[in-house]
Design a protein around this ligand. Structure first.
Ligand code: PHE
Length: 444
């Protein structure tokens, strides 16, 4: 297969790359998923495990994906075909495309809830309500089924609209401004949250680790959350990597984005848990957590109406900049492998996603299964294959060449390859088998 022409689109600036990749990484995973999964898995100890996985596995996997994408300048399926011709590695690409459908299905439902909350905030349906009433508002979403379906479809249509028109002039331009605004709003929410009466209990839940809550499943969930939040393990970042110019640094991008992503997750936790404890809400109530804790904080703030509105608008945007990256994996595949036009590819992909999205909106069991299986099983598996591929199929020479394509010596190359070849795959395999209970025999 011929290498891809240099005429292929690429990001236009260093900041543009960071904005796009951070746009993918920072999303509902940080503000919705991180707090609820942490809440269900005992708090502080989960946070430590999560941070550990981001550093030791997340960053190296992210760089590895960039390497694969930029070397091939192709979609994830085409990249494996090009770099390992005649070998079954392209199946990892198939898995990536498949899981993009699965993730976007439940992701668009949560993004739909977020849009619904924009509407509620704008029409002043959140302010002035007590904690019990706010819980009720979220519960209504589950009873009134057509409401989530409507917002899910609207969200998917918005994502399709952006992906269809390419990336540079749309999302790259706006994320550069909007991401910093989101950051400032979260900081303001944090300040309000930690000055609430009873905030300390929430902070203790988040920051003082209770190791008795750790078991194989919790470790696996922390790994899955790290993968999900960094958008790694399924080809999103290989696809984005294929748009990174040779003159840009892959390691620097990965470090900056991982740091920003982790910071937003921790800041979201700092906003949510003090509020949950202060208002007598359970930290382990699952996917509704953000939607029932934050409106309570808004109600305690001067200008709560405007903050609620701004927050949900920005969260919708954060969700959008992530969902387009998921959609882009499928669209790049359809365009380059199946020779569809970008427009047709976008609508076909969105149509299939809408189908699964509606199913997830209607059946919370399916929603939960997609959420759990994609993050905790498929992404780590994908990450495992990605590092093995870079470590042993691309190998030292080829990987170094791509890493140093910007003309600078990659001083961290040797430790990077050591992690990629040994530490990351072994760690992923152990966490994975242990999490699924397959190592129990060792302890009997
Ligand atoms: N990282 C995104 C978020 O945190 C979600 C995502 C997962 C995006 C996997 C792409 C791939 O919201």
């Amino acid at each position: 297969m011929a290498s891809n022409p240099a005429s292929r689109e690429s990001f236009s600036s260093k900041f543009g790359i960071i904005a796009a990749v951070a746009g993918s990484a920072i999303g509902l995973g940080n503000i919705w998923r991180f707090p609820y999964v942490l809440g269900e898995n005992g708090g502080g100890a989960f946070l430590l495990l999560y941070l550990f996985f981001v550093v030791v596995i997340g960053v190296p996997v992210m760089i590895s994906e960039f390497l694969i994408g930029r070397k091939a300048r192709l979609n994830i399926f085409g990249a494996f075909k090009l770099l390992a011709p005649g070998k079954p590695w392209y199946l990892v690409g198939v898995m990536g495309v498949g899981v993009a459908f699965m993730i976007l299905a439940f992701y668009s439902v949560v993004a739909g809830w977020t849009l619904h909350y924009v509407f509620l905030a704008a029409t002043n349906h959140l302010t002035g309500k007590g904690p019990a009433e706010i819980v009720q508002v979220f519960e209504t979403l589950k009873v009134n089924l057509w409401i989530p379906v409507f917002w899910t479809l609207l969200f998917l249509a918005l994502s399709a609209f952006i992906v269809r028109s390419g990336i540079k002039k749309g999302i790259e331009k706006y994320t550069k401004i909007l991401m910093p605004v989101l950051f400032v709003i979260i900081l303001l929410l944090d300040i309000r949250a930690i000055t609430l009466d009873g905030a300390s209990e929430g902070l203790a839940f988040l920051f003082s680790p209770d190791f008795s809550s750790i078991n194989g499943r919790v470790v696996l969930e922390a790994l899955g959350q790290a993968f999900f939040s960094l958008s790694i393990g399924m080809g999103v970042l290989a696809t984005y990597g294929s748009y990174i110019r040779k003159s840009d640094s892959l390691g620097g991008t990965a470090l900056t984005v991982s740091l920003a992503d982790t910071m937003i997750a921790v800041l979201a936790g700092v906003a949510i848990f003090p509020a949950a404890f202060a208002f007598g809400l359970e930290p382990n109530q699952g996917p509704g957590l953000v939607f029932v804790t934050l409106p309570n904080i808004f109600n305690q703030m001067a200008g709560g109406y405007i903050f609620a509105l701004l927050f949900f608008v920005l969260l919708s945007i954060a969700a959008l900049t992530s969902s387009i990256s998921l959609l882009e994996v499928v669209v790049a595949y359809f365009v380059e492998q199946l020779k569809m036009t970008r427009k047709v590819a976008t609508w076909v992909a969105t149509g299939i996603m809408a189908f699964f999205g509606i199913l997830c909106a209607l059946y919370s069991k399916l929603f939960g299964a997609f959420d759990f299986v994609s993050s905790n099983i498929i992404l780590p598996l994908g990450g495992f294959f990605v590092v093995i591929f870079v470590g042993f199929v691309l190998g030292n020479k080829s990987a170094r060449e791509e890493m140093e394509a910007d003309g600078k010596r990659a001083r961290y190359f040797v430790p990077f390859m050591f992690i990629v070849k040994f530490v990351a795959p072994i760690a992923i395999a152990l966490v994975f088998l242990n999490g699924l209970g397959l190592l129990n025999f060792l302890f009997q």
